[in-house]
Ligand binder design. Sequence first.
Ligand code: ADP
Ligand code: MG
Length: 379
Amino acid sequence: KVADGEEVRRKLHNTIQELKGNIRVFCRVRPPLPEDEKEGAGEPPILQYPTSAELAGRGVELVPAAGPKYPFAFDKVFGPEAPQAEVFQEISMLVQSALDGYKVCIFAYGQTGSGKTHTMLGVPQPAEARGMIPRSLEQIFQASQHLEAQGWTFTMQASMLEIYNESLRDLLVPASAQKDKAADAGGKAHAIKHDAQGNTTVADLTLVEVATWHEVELMMQKAAQSRTVGRTAMNERSSRSHCVFTLRIAGSNETTEQTVNGVLNLIDLAGSERLSRSGATGDRLKETQAINKSLSCLGDVISAIANRDAHVPYRNSKLTYLLQPCLGGDSKTLMFVNIAPDRSSFNESLCSLRFAAKVNSCEIGVPRRQARVKDASGQ
Ligand code: ADP
Ligand code: MG
């Protein structure tokens, strides 16, 4: 029997999924803001979405002012109209798996202003604008209540930290009360340790037991206050640091003697913009270099995992070392690549899409894996 086109495509899809392991990349394009619309009035859009059977919903093309388009394909592409609920629907299974004992990381990557915080946190009102963090936690708390009716007991602990210039800071401790500032400046405070079971401890990190979204919300308000060093300073800093929210889930069932140990990490990464655009010098230059280094380390780690490399360079940055037990193995990783739709962001968008394509090897035009699969099907 000769395989028909559909069957070949499905096989190809499955093979790619398998090769990629538990890594998914979703692209999300934010809608134009009023200032983008003014600037870009009358110009053709810089993003297009192919509608072919193969690429609908997962293809995106970056359109330069002149010359050929740059086509990309990801596990999913959300255009500017996609509401938060639609995005969450695509991650809800992944979130649920933390309650089954998996270690899960969800990242938002992109230049400052591309919609990372909107995607992860969103805004509390209207309810539709709530992002992945509140939706995920509500789902977890709700599902855990169902499981508790079946004999399960859960303990959930939340923490929130910031990685800034390769130093960790506990966001649940007010800036004025941060212990050991000197050690913090040297990147030595909050030593990270992993045990053989993949449990991570961070020295002196505040863990808060939580059972409702409201409790987490209060915790996050406290964290936001701890970051307040004057409004502009906060905005500047928040776009230059990685913010890591972690929920540790320990569950046990006395009747069946089962236990689970899941972790859900939700990470709003530092802005990925490069030096030229931020015009950095001095301290700012050092900051930008630290950000670029840790983001490229993250890319190296995820692509090493996707490629099944023997060596995964976790130790090259604080972020990847902190998350080591939650990246690779049977843990699950999802990366949102957030894209701004204005033409002045063209170069940054191209860089972000290329970064994301490197992470999941889906860039059209350099289809390393697709080529291999094609050979196998004899075409
Ligand atoms: P980042 O965290 O990447 O710097 P933000 O999430 O703060 O970017 O987004 C920049 C601006 O765009 C904010 O005003 C935000 O409300 C808005 N925005 C981002 N994504 C969306 C979206 N999908 N729908 C509506 N507004 C959005
Ligand atoms: Mg942000």
